[in-house]
Write a protein that binds this ligand. Sequence first.
Ligand SMILES: [Zn+2]
Length: 422
Amino acid sequence: MNTAVGRFAPTPSGRMHIGNVYAMLAAWLSAKSQVNPVIGLPGRVFLRIEDVDGSRAVPDADKWIMDDLHWLGLDWDGEPVYQSRRSAIYREALYALQSIDLDADAPLGDRSHVSGKVLVTRGDSSVSAGRLPDVPKGSAGRFPLVYPCFCSRADLRAACAPQEGDRFLIYPGTCRALLAGDPNEVRSRLEARRRHSWRIAVPDDEMGGGSVAFDDRVFGRQVFDLARDVGDTVIRRSDGVFAYQLVVVVDDLLMGVNDIVRGRDLLRSTALQVWIRKALIASGFAERYGIGSDDVAESDRGDAAGKARPVGTSVNPVYAHVPLIDAPSGQRLAKRKRSPDLGVLRAAGVEPEQVIGYCAWLLGVRKSDGIGNCGAAGPVPMDAQEALERFSWEQVKTDVSDRKLTVNWESELVSPKSATVA
Ligand SMILES: [Zn+2]
């Protein structure tokens, strides 16, 4: 029986708003509600400050977030992990991925699909970019797992049709075709230091395609076709910043996170991340950090009921994607400007129990009237422990539609009596 290990993963781009608290509460409740029967302790939650993109980080926002989490009663274990201090690890992960290739002959689902064969031995050079994937001659169906992409943002906008609401662009494969057809051109562009990103390839139709499936605690079985739904994706941007999709997988893997809770707009990203995770394990990267082949085999069977193993080494994540929060107008809360943040709410005299109670209500947590009925239809103030006693994923699942804030939610928080349904 594994101990559940969840994480708070805020981007320090400002003060938390109600939607952030909802996500943090969901992650905390999920991990804490899973008591390991062997040791009798609840799950753990780590705090990871997602500041890999320094241009988005606001000075001191990490401290505001931690102060607000304390205020809310949402505690975490250990020291916060800052992505901005982990570049060397991400670089190592990129190098590990660059050392392997896609193999059309191996079936997907079997980790040998990412062959793990080192085609080129590369020294641990300090060159940070410009590594050239070798395309083996006369080996149709084999392709470097990671390849350089010279497309500009404008090129991509022109070529890609945006998908649904998660801003995923399916890459049309321009530079993949270039590398397959004219590796010398790619080599000369790299030598000329042409600006480029690095993409991770997924098996295309010629290679037999492939899909990723996972079970989501809220949305059930999810199946994504890698080529059609995901496409080749940037893992290192052309400005040198490691992409969200890579760093999240590296961090979750190395931090032993096995209980991943986040918004339903990331369902498709999860499919990609499952793919990256498999590749990182196949490359030997995970093993270097003590995540052994036993874990890998178990992970690939998708069998969560494994034998006891120390906390921090499980590579078997369980996913829960929660409905999103809309403003009363129907607009996505995260995109709404001037959404009152915790700084505003706290200055107005709002108590943490009101914020937690409101977010717990959004998650479907209902305060029982003591005779087994849910007595209150609206949000009721409660602290994090009370929410924990009442939380279950079953409640969240009863309604998977996106949540809408009540019209007067701000004033309901400021004057709690109006929020308490008699
Ligand atoms: Zn390209």
